[in-house]
Design a binder for this molecule. Structure first.
Ligand code: 13P
Ligand code: SF4
Length: 333
């Protein structure tokens, strides 16, 4: 038989099938690369005596290899308590800064220094000083999503997990609250303190609208809506449960309900599905993705441990002032 006589052997693969074969090969290759990266990471972690902390909004491939996954509060606690020499902080810049402030003798590295937080950048030192001068008796309560310089101007920090407790814990009736207006509004609804609220917000959570949530409720009528207080007040109002990332995860795990519409960043899905594999989670909008959190990936994580760069640096005089406000927060029970 001459070459070419076997027609079926030479039949072209249909375009669609070729696409799926290429896709499958690419996935296989990616899985192989990730396996190699994970092996290298384990080796480096041991050599450097490093601990990997990952926020719930990180990519799955990072959350998978973390020593601790958590929200801003838990990760700040872990950074303050660790006896590792190196803290690899997978989150955004202010989180790495907080770790360095709380653990000044440790080396803190991050996978990509471009991972910032737009909300943290919405408040500046001059503006805050002006507000303090206008309200000299007010206590400054600052959301941890802020720079070290702002924390140095602060009486006490808080996270979304303890915001109300922190505000209620301060002496005096007046509070200057920076920078998240949405979380500030939520706290104001639940406290007798008078709050002077800065006009910042999280681009990701603030994007969720009432219309988005109503459409999802119509599509999934049996689902409960769980929402982060960084969302707009009118969206928070629709929540069957309102809470920080950790509180949402805990609520979904313990609830008898089997289906949830989730009003927070999409990375939270990793822990939600891990804790409750038989429940359904629908994110309330496809835009609930923080692009800053997603700048980090497994490859950059390995590279930063290899090169020990980029490192977080906070000038000691700023760190010393900022530490007081963070440590004061950690003492609130
Ligand atoms: P928590 O980690 O406190 O839930 O905050 C959410 C957030 O936006 C972190 O950047
Ligand atoms: Fe900042 Fe919002 Fe991203 Fe958190 S989710 S890092 S608050 S932009």
């Amino acid at each position: 038989m001459r070459q070419g006589d076997n027609k079926s052997a030479e039949e072209p693969i249909p375009h669609k099938r070729r696409g799926s074969i290429v896709e499958a090969l690419a996935l296989e290759r990616k899985a192989e690369q990730n396996r190699e990266l994970r092996e290298r990471l384990m080796q480096l972690k041991k050599e450097r005596n490093a601990i990997i902390l990952a926020h719930y909004y990180q990519r799955d491939e990072i959350q998978e290899v973390a020593d601790f996954r958590g929200d801003s509060f838990l990760l700040a606690q872990k950074a303050a308590q660790t006896d590792a020499d190196v803290i690899v902080f997978c989150g955004v810049h202010f989180m790495g800064e907080s770790a360095k402030i709380l653990a000044p003798n440790k080396t803190v590295i991050i996978p990509d220094e471009r991972a910032g937080c737009p909300m943290a950048d919405m408040v500046n030192v001059d503006g805050l000083r002006k507000l303090k001068a206008q309200h000299p008796n007010a206590t400054v309560v600052t959301y941890i999503n802020s720079s070290a310089e702002i924390k140095a101007e602060t009486d006490i920090c808080c996270t979304s997990a303890n915001a109300l407790k922190v505000v209620n814990s301060v002496e005096g009736d007046e509070v200057i609250w920076v920078p998240d207006k949405n979380l500030g509004h939520y706290v104001q609804q639940n406290t007798d303190k008078k709050m002077i609220i800065w006009e910042g917000y999280c681009n990701t959570h603030d994007m969720l609208t009432v219309k988005d949530v109503e459409e999802m409720k119509a599509k999934y009528p049996n689902a409960q809506f769980v929402v982060h207080p960084e969302c707009r007040p009118e969206v928070v109002e629709l929540g069957d449960f309102v809470g920080s990332t950790t509180a949402i995860i805990k609520y979904c795990k313990e609830s008898d309900c089997q289906e949830f519409i989730v009003g927070t960043e999409d990375g939270t899905g990793y822990q939600l599905r891990l804790d409750s594999p038989n429940k359904s989670f629908h994110f309330a909008s496809k835009y609930l993705v923080c692009p800053n959190m997603k700048v980090n990936n497994l490859k950059k994580l390995v590279k930063c441990l290899e090169t020990m760069q980029p490192q977080i640096y906070v000038p000691p005089h700023v760190a010393d002032q900022a530490r007081k406000s963070l440590e004061r927060m950690l003492l609130v029970k």
